[in-house]
Ligand binder design. Structure first.
Ligand code: COI
Length: 331
C-alpha cells in the first residue's frame, strides 16, 4: 500500500511520520493542496489523504479516478467542499474524521462565550489604556442563562456538557434527536422556539445547501434582544451583513466567530498588519470589542491534529485494503 498525503503542514508531519513508521506503510507527504496543478503527483499511489478548505473540483476528482485512485480520506469532518456528483460518477470512496476531538471545538466555544459574558476583551483594552474602572462593563452569568444549541452531533453534545458544567439551562434543536438528550427533555420542536428562548445560541451544524445563511435578518429578528452568538461551525450559516446589522442595533450583544463565510484564503495567512487584511467586512467585525474573531482555530489542538492525521490514514488503508471504512461518507 502506498498513500499520498496532500497539504501536510509542519504541525502534522511528526504524527504522519510516526504512523508510517508504526504501520510500516509508505506515505508520501506533500505540502501543496490537491488541485489541478498537483493532482498528477498522485499517479502510482493507492489512496490519497487530504485536507483543504478550497474545493475538491470535478476535474481533480475525475483525474484521481483516471489514475485508479478511488480511496480519498479527508483529515477533517466537513465535506461541503467536495464535488458530490464527481464522487458518485467516479465511484470514489470518501472518508472523513467525524470525531477527531469534539471537545477541541466545544472548549473554544465555551472559552469564547465566557470571554464575551465577562467582557474580558473590553477590560483588556481598558487596562492597556490605563483605565482600571469597573463600570459600565458589568457581566452576565451563564448559570442564569439559557443556551440554545443548534445541532446535537458529537460537537454539540460536547458543548452541552461544558455549558451544563457552568450551570446553564440548555435547550436544543436538531432534526435527529439524541436518545440521551431526548430523555432530558431539552429539545424544542422548531428553531423559532429556540430563537425565542435562548440568551446564547451555539451553532454546531454542518453547512448544507438548505441552511446557508440560516442566521439572516429574519432569524435575528426572532431572537431575544441582547442574544450572544457562538459560531465555531461554518461561516456560511451566518449572513455576515445581517449579523453586522444585528450588532449595530444591539439585537446581538456579542458574537464569537471561529469561522467566516469568506475565510478561505484569509484565515491562516499572515498579512503583516491589521490594515493589510484584505476584507473590510471582517475588519469591521474584528474591531468590535463585543466580537471575538478567531481564524478557524477550534480544531487546532495537539489531540485533534494527531487524530486527524492518524485516523484519516487508518481509514484510507481500510478503503484500499477492504473497500470500506466505518467513517465512509454517503454522498
Ligand atoms: C473541520 O474539521 O471540518 C474543520 O472545520 C476543521 C478544519 C479547519 C481543519
Amino acid at each position: 500500500v502506498k498513500i499520498i498525503a496532500y497539504g501536510i503542514r509542519d504541525d502534522e508531519k511528526p504524527y504522519l511520520d510516526q504512523w508510517s513508521k508504526d504501520k510500516g506503510i509508505e506515505v508520501k507527504a506533500v505540502a501543496e493542496l490537491l488541485d489541478e496543478s498537483t493532482v498528477d503527483q498522485a499517479k502510482g499511489y493507492d489512496g490519497a489523504v487530504v485536507y483543504q478548505q478550497k474545493p475538491y473540483t470535478a476535474e481533480v476528482l475525475d483525474k484521481l479516478a483516471s489514475f485508479g485512485i478511488k480511496s480519498l480520506s479527508l483529515r477533517n469532518v466537513g465535506v461541503d467542499n467536495v464535488d458530490a456528483d464527481a464522487i458518485k460518477r467516479n465511484d470514489i470512496k470518501v472518508t472523513n474524521v467525524p470525531a477527531y476531538s469534539p471537545n477541541a471545538i466545544a472548549e473554544l466555544a465555551a472559552t469564547q462565550l465566557m470571554r464575551l459574558l465577562r467582557r474580558t476583551n473590553t477590560f483588556d483594552c481598558k487596562i492597556a489604556n490605563g483605565d482600571l474602572r469597573w463600570a459600565p462593563d458589568i457581566a452576565d452569568e451563564l448559570d442564569q442563562m439559557t443556551v440554545g444549541v443548534i445541532a446535537t452531533g458529537r460537537i454539540g453534545r460536547a458543548a452541552i456538557n461544558i455549558y451544563k458544567g457552568f450551570g446553564a439551562k440548555i435547550i436544543a434543536y436538531d432534526i435527529f434527536h439524541n436518545p440521551e438528550l431526548e430523555k432530558e427533555g431539552i429539545y424544542v420542536d422548531t428553531l423559532d422556539e429556540l430563537y425565542a428562548q435562548a440568551d446564547v445560541i451555539s451553532l454546531h451544524s454542518p453547512a448544507t445547501k438548505e441552511n446557508e445563511h440560516m442566521f439572516n435578518d429574519e432569524a435575528f429578528g426572532k431572537m431575544k434582544d441582547g442574544v450572544f452568538i457562538i459560531n465555531p461551525a461554518r461561516g456560511a450559516l451566518v449572513d455576515t451583513d445581517a449579523l453586522i446589522r444585528a450588532l449595530d442595533s444591539g439585537k446581538v450583544a456579542g458574537a464569537a466567530l471561529d469561522v467566516y463565510e469568506d475565510e478561505v484564503g484569509i484565515f491562516n495567512t499572515d498579512f503583516g498588519s491589521f490594515d493589510a487584511i484584505p476584507d473590510e467586512r471582517l475588519k469591521n467585525l474584528i474591531k468590535r470589542e463585543n466580537v471575538l474573531v478567531t481564524p478557524h482555530i477550534a480544531f487546532f489542538t495537539k489531540t485533534a491534529v494527531k487524530n486527524m492525521v492518524q485516523f484519516a490514514l487508518n481509514s484510507n488503508v481500510n478503503l484500499i485494503e477492504k473497500g470500506s471504512d466505518e467513517s465512509q461518507v454517503k454522498f
